[in-house]
Design a binder for this molecule. Structure first.
Ligand code: PAF
Length: 283
């Protein structure tokens, strides 16, 4: 019988639980999530357990990172199933604040990250996104005070933004990116995959296949610009509406023209029907 997982819903109970860990000189890892947990999140929990004595998982669908026309209202909320999965995974604490706890009346702060947050990738299509993410993640870091925080590399630009934000604010924790977990056919796991129809789901792995093919060609010294143009054409012909397919410097996310400007990360975002998918790959 697994031990009962503690769920903190307000700052007082969160701080009491974290203080109890600290009193025993235990280290703490944070896995920030918006719930709708899948195998990718549970991999983060497992990796967190390797890096710290205690694992806190936050579940908060952050209104500040959704634009009014986006899917905040319909974002999958599966709290009971999430808690069951985290109990099974032997996480130690769930931090599940309400919006009122996170953003009480009169809340007036917004962190506006620059650098990687203005790389012209996700920010170009979701201009509100990284301000919302940086603000909530800074709050989560200050609330939970972890030694280490783990993020999936699937949201690669987010990982770069959060890493820079923690460094710029001198926050005493390590931000770690964990490789993307994929379905057998290559599709990157995402809570939004649930939006795909059966027919779209069968076409979705094409995104990862094109990334792989582009990475292979760039490694064989084919011209980056041509490879990416052909990648976009292939995706478009397969019915994707491509927002971007770009080769960027893996750390700064600055544009790169050739292999020698690397290390290169390929990043893609495209819509399949109404579902927007993102993915990325190291070259
Ligand atoms: O990647 C996510 O699930 C969210 O953007 C995060 C980091 C939990 C912030 O709300």
């Amino acid at each position: 019988m697994p031990t009962r997982l503690t769920i903190a819903r307000n700052l007082r109970s969160l701080r009491t639980a974290v203080a109890a860990f600290r009193k025993k000189r235990e280290t703490v890892a944070l896995v920030p999530t918006m719930g709708a947990l899948h195998r990718g999140h549970l991999t983060l929990v497992k990796e967190a357990q390797r890096r710290a004595d205690r694992v806190v998982v936050s579940i908060f669908v952050n209104p500040a990172q959704f634009a009014p026309h986006e899917d905040f209202g319909s974002y999958p909320r599966t709290f009971d199933t999430d808690v069951a999965a985290l109990t099974e995974a032997k996480a130690d604490l769930v931090w599940a604040p309400t919006a009122q706890v996170m953003y009480p009346d009169g809340f007036a702060l917004k962190i506006e990250p620059a650098g990687a947050a203005k790389a012209g990738l996700e920010d170009k299509f979701r201009p509100h996104f990284f301000g919302g993410v940086a603000t909530v993640v800074a709050k989560l870091f200050l609330q939970v005070t972890p030694d280490v925080a783990l993020f999936g590399q699937k949201d690669y630009q987010q990982l770069r933004v959060v890493t820079q934000m923690a460094s710029d604010l001198d926050l005493p924790l390590k931000v770690v990116g964990i490789p993307t977990v994929r379905e057998r056919d290559g599709l990157a796991l995402s809570s939004r995959n649930a939006y795909l129809s059966a027919e779209e789901r069968s076409r979705a792995p094409m995104l990862a296949r094109v990334l792989n093919a582009c990475a292979g060609r760039i490694n064989r010294r084919e011209p980056v610009e041509m490879v990416l143009e052909e990648g976009v054409t292939e995706l478009t012909q397969a019915g994707f509406a491509v927002d971007y397919l770009e080769a960027r410097h893996a750390l700064t996310l600055a544009p790169v023209a050739s292999l020698k400007d690397g290390p290169i990360r390929l990043l893609v975002a495209a819509k399949l029907g109404k579902t927007r998918l993102i993915d990325n790959l190291a070259v």
